[in-house]
Structures are given as C-alpha cells and as structure tokens.
Design a protein around this ligand. Structure first.
Ligand SMILES: Nc1nc2c(ncn2[C@@H]2O[C@H](COP(=O)(O)OP(=O)(O)OP(=O)(O)O)[C@@H](O)[C@H]2O)c(=O)[nH]1
Length: 613
C-alpha cells in the first residue's frame, strides 16, 4: 500500500489539476471531482483568528491583512513537508516555476491575484487561488481558507457580500467530504460563534468538525475554557484544540512565528489551567491532528474516488462520442468533413428508398394504388356519352357525313379521351415528388452527424429540394410526352381487327344499316372506349417506369451532384461557414474534453501511488 504521505500529495496534485481544468465544483452540469476530494476548510467569523491559525500552522506570515473583508477568494493552501535543511518556499499554481522565498511577496501576490479576478470592486469570487508551501517545518496538509463570515459590509463592498460569503462558505462545508475547522475566539460567547452555528447546521453529529478555540490568553482573569476544551460544554466527535496566536501587539513588534510557537507552548505548559491538556493543545498539535485525520479520510474514500473517476471517464467519453469530433480548421479537411456528412445523409436517404428504413414503399403505393384509382376515375363515360359522340362525329364530318366509318370522328374522340391521361400522369409525378421530399427531410433529421451543423443541414436540404424540383420537371416532361405519343400515332392493329370482329360476331343487319342510328354511335363509343382502355393499361405500366427513371433513380444517383460541384468552388471561409457548429455545443465539447483530461490525470495519479509500493 502506498504511504500515507504520498496519498495526501496525490490528492494535492489532483486538487491543483481541478483548478487548472476549471473544476471548482458546483456550477456546471459536468461531473465534479473537486467535490469528491476530502479537504480541510477553515471557517470563522471576522477577526476570530483564522489567518493567525493558518499562519501558525505554516509557521510563516504570508496572509494579507487589513480592514474589511480581506479574503475574497478561497485560498487552497497545500503544505508539503520537505527534508530538514532545505529552503522554504511558496509557489502559486497560476505562476508555475516561480519560487517565492520571501513570504511578504506571497502576501502581495495573494492580494494581487484576488484583485485580478474580482477587480477592485471588492466582490468575492469562488475561483480558488492555489498556494503550495514547501517547508521542513510543516506537515502534509491541505487547508482551504475562506472569507470570514460577517454581519455587515464595509465601505466599498456591495451589500450583497454578506450573503454571498455565507453562500460560498456553505457550498464548501455542506459537502460530506469537507472537514470543518471551526474557529471560535474564546473571549466571545461560543454559543453565538458563527463557525459553531454553521457547523452544527451542516454537521449535526459533529463528526466532520474540529473545534478550535483561539484567544485563550485574552479570556477574563479567573475564567478558563476547560469545559469547552474537555468536550463537556460543546461536545464534538473530535477533541477541541485550544490555540494562542500572536496578539496585535506581537505582530506590531514583529514577533516571529518560531518565537510565537514557543510562547504558545509555554502558555499551555506553565499556565495554571491547561497543564494537563498541554500535549493536546497548540497550533503544531492541531496541524498534526488534522494531517492524520485527513490521511485517514483520504484512505477511506480512495476506493470511492477511484470508482467515481472511472464512472465519470466512461460518461464523459460517451458524451464526447455523441457530440462528435471537433471541426477541422484547414479547408481540405473541412471539405472532406462536409463530404463525409453528405455521404452519411445520402446513405440514410438510400436506405429509405431501398428498404431498411420505411418510406420507399409509399412510392410503390402511388403506382399500385393512386395511379390506377385516378385512371379509373377519368370521366370517359361523359366523354363517350351518346350525345357527345354524335356531336363530335358530326362536327368532324362537316357538311359531308362519313360514308363508311367516321375516321375523323374516331380520331377526335380518341384524342379528347387521351388528353385526360395528362392529369393522372402529372399527379403521379407530384405524388412521388412529395414523398421524396419527405424522405429527404426525414433522412436529414435522422443523420446524427449532421445535428451539430444547422447551416450545413439547411444547405443540404435546399440543394436536395432544388434537385428534386429539377427531377420533377424532367419527369413531367417525360410522362406527358408518353401521353402525347399515344395521341400522335394510334395502334392500327386495333382498328384493323374491329370490322371483322363486328361482322363475325355481330348482327349483320345492324352493321350495314343507317349510319346515323343510335346503335351506330354506341358502337363507335364502345370501340373508342376499349381503345382508351387499352391505352390506360399501357400507361398504368409505363408512367411508373418514367417516374422511377426520372425521379427515384436520379434521386438515388445524383441528388447532391450539383451541390458537390458548388462545394468544389467554395473558398475556405465559405466551407467554414457551412460547418459553423452550434456554439453551445462547441463549448460543451470543450468542457467535456477538459474534464476528461482531469479525470484521466487523476486516475494516473492514483494509479501511480497505488503501484509504487
Ligand atoms: N492575543 C491574541 N490575539 C489574537 C489571537 N488570535 C488572533 N488574535 C488577534 O486577533 C486579530 C484578528 O486575527 P486574524 O487572525 O486576523 O483573524 P481573522 O479571522 O483572520 O480575521 P479576518 O481575516 O479579518 O476575518 C489580530 O489582531 C490577531 O493578532 C490569540 O490567540 N491571542
């Protein structure tokens, strides 16, 4: 098993990676690792002694001082114990490679970096500052310093700051992985301590809370905090720790930390009240207790963290593959991407036509159903009514009635009837056109890869629709031409057979009698009717052939051909425009990529300590 020391170091590294890669917990709907990592958070009211405790644990002055709310961003303070004799230094995550050996410069950098994020507005920001301190005089420990809880905003700070601070502090201490270092000054009523009130609320059993009592030296003469420190007055799961920091006067006199730690030890060891507790008091002891506790919490949580990491990696990878790769930048690659996307659409469109996906069968429905029904409904009965036949034949005859058969009358009647076929022919073309259009629409919607590119989607739709329009025109021309062809040359054989059939099977008297009698016109009508019926049968078979040839086959083979030609002429910029992804999607992909990177590096960190036995 890895040493405990390396576990804290590992978590430190992961915490830094979290900040670099934008994981501060909370706000986005991405999985967060930051919140799963155990951390020690320092909370307390203003002037409760938070900064003093932190400096005392580190053994250095390095925190900004001043009036008002000085801490306005979380400070993640990572302490790394180094070999005895090595020089102490601080290092900020936002200034890698710069070693701060002068701790007053650390203080200045914290101030400057706070202002960089919040401006001079004195607002607060949840984005943490990471400071690592390498020193032989510290224990491995990570502490997070937060703005002090306050009741009133001071001049220059917005009114909302009081509430904003409370929200920020809460967001940290509410997490079940947060160890709360609750700072309360001993010279105040503990019952009203901000830190205790908050920790009671979020950790009612007290298992995550370490109570720290500062300013023991400032208690009224004759009083002490034994009841609290021995765990009777305010029982917590972990023992209370009493602290004596430097007073304001000590700070003014520049009493250094080493001297102050010594003074603190003496206070407990030699004072009248706390001698029996001396070994469990003071900032050095506090640091050790915290470090040990943090280690054991990390150890306990490690399996959970590891499985969280693995699960999140899976989730992020799945989401990324759903979002698709990011768009190429050079024109060649862009053109390639566009063609790939067109092909993906085209594949789906063909599947609709050829089967595999529904819709193509409805085209057959047009031929099998709509066309025959339309043909059946043509008003030949009206056209070939006795009255109309008589009218047409007489008009065709003119002043000289026909002698044997009304050749002109037949032609006119047939021409008139054939003209009716134009309607169903055009209707079939249109019906198939609309079906194809609908299939294009569905295919675009079903092309997952296209979802990211609304502009390209629209362009493909427009190009396909334009092409279908062209096919429709062509198809109309062809089918109407077929109808016209029927009129241009009648099937001679049909008429040649007619008289013989009549004479063979019919009544000889009626055939040779009065050419102006009703039965004569009826016969003409039935002859024309059966001729038209024969043509109708032919067209019922040939119109579908023309429609498929001109529309369906073309759509399958060359729906986007024109579009491809236009694409070839486009400049890089125009291609890029076609690929302008939904910005929200781009942003989301970027976030996922970053978060995935974080989880993968965290997994590597953990693997490396687990394997380094
Ligand atoms: N005598 C004495 N003074 C202390 C002790 N702890 C803190 N002080 C003084 O109390 C004042 C406030 O201490 P800080 O450590 O700045 O308190 P803080 O909670 O960080 O304050 P803010 O950052 O303003 O919220 C300083 O003047 C300290 O010198 C202590 O144990 N004994």
């Amino acid at each position: 098993m890895a040493t405990m020391e390396s576990l804290i170091v590992t978590v430190n590294r992961i915490q830094r990676a979290c900040t670099v890669l934008g994981d501060h917990g909370g706000d986005t709907n991405l999985p967060t690792l930051w919140e799963a990592l155990p951390s020690v958070v320092v909370v307390g009211g203003q002037s409760s002694g938070k900064s003093s405790v932190l400096e005392s644990i580190v053994g250095r002055d390095f925190l900004p001082r001043g009036s008002g709310i000085v801490t306005r961003r979380p400070l993640v303070l990572q302490l790394h114990k180094t070999e005895r004799g090595l020089q102490e230094y601080g290092e900020f995550l936002h200034l890698p490679k710069k070693k701060f050996t002068d701790f007053s410069m650390v203080r200045k950098e914290i101030q400057d970096e706070t202002d960089r994020m919040t401006g001079k507005s004195k607002q607060i920001s949840p984005v943490p500052i990471h400071l690592s301190i390498y020193s032989p005089n510290v224990v491995n420990l990570t502490l997070i310093d937060l703005p002090g809880l306050t009741k009133v905003a001071v001049e220059g700070q917005p009114e909302s700051i009081v509430q904003d601070i409370e929200i920020m502090v809460r967001s940290y201490v509410e997490k079940p992985n947060c160890i709360i270092l609750a700072i309360t000054p001993a010279n105040q009523d503990i019952a009203t301590s901000d830190a205790m009130k908050l920790s009671r609320e979020v950790d009612p059993t007290g298992e995550r809370t370490f109570g720290v009592l500062t300013k023991l030296d400032l208690m009224d003469k004759g009083t002490n905090a034994i009841d609290v420190l021995e765990g009777r007055a305010y029982p917590l799961q972990h023992p209370w720790v009493g602290i004596v920091n430097r007073s304001q006067a000590d700070i003014k006199k520049n009493v250094d930390m080493i001297a102050s730690r010594r003074k603190e030890r003496e206070f407990f060891a030699s004072g009248p009240d706390y001698g029996h507790l001396a070994s469990k008091m003071g900032s050095e002891y506090l640091a050790k207790v915290l470090s040990k506790h943090l280690e054991s919490v990390i150890r306990a949580r490690l399996p959970g963290i590891t499985s969280l990491i693995n699960k999140s990696i899976e989730e992020l990878e799945a989401e990324l593959s759903h979002l698709g790769r990011s768009v190429a930048v050079d024109a060649g690659a862009q053109l390639y991407t566009i063609l790939e996307l067109c092909r993906a659409f085209d594949r789906i469109f063909k599947e609709h036509l050829d089967g595999g996906r529904p819709g193509g069968d409805r085209i057959y429905g047009v031929f099998d159903h709509q066309l025959p029904a339309a043909l059946r409904k043509l008003p030949f009965d009206r056209h070939l009514s006795l009255q109309n036949i008589r009218k047409v034949v007489s008009e065709a005859d003119g002043y000289q009635p026909h002698l044997i058969a009304p050749e002109q009358g037949y032609r006119r009647l047939i021409d008139g009837a054939l003209n009716y076929f134009r309607g169903p022919a055009e209707a079939s073309v249109d019906a198939v056109h609309f079906l194809l259009k609908e299939l294009v629409r569905r295919s675009i919607a079903e092309t997952q890869e296209l979802k990211r590119f609304p502009t390209l989607q629209a362009e493909i739709a427009a190009a396909a629709s334009e092409a279908l329009e062209r096919f429709r025109e062509e198809s109309k021309k062809t089918t109407l031409r077929m109808v016209d062809m029927e009129s241009s040359y009648l099937t001679v054989d049909f008429f040649r057979k007619l008289p013989q059939e009549v004479e063979k099977g019919g009544n000889p008297t009626s055939s040779s009698v009065d050419r102006y009698a009703e039965s004569h016109f009826r016969r003409i009508g039935s002859n024309v009717y059966s001729y038209v019926g024969m043509v109708s049968d032919t067209l019922r078979n040939t119109i579908p052939k023309a429609v498929v040839y001109c529309q369906v086959r073309e759509a399958k083979q060359s729906l986007l051909d024109h579009f491809y030609i236009q694409l070839g002429k486009k400049e890089g910029k125009q291609l890029a425009q076609l690929l302008d992804e939904d910005p929200a999607l781009m942003e989301r992909r970027q976030q996922c990529v970053k978060r995935l990177e974080l989880y993968k590096s965290a997994r590597d960190e953990i693997d490396s300590v687990l394997w380094a036995r």
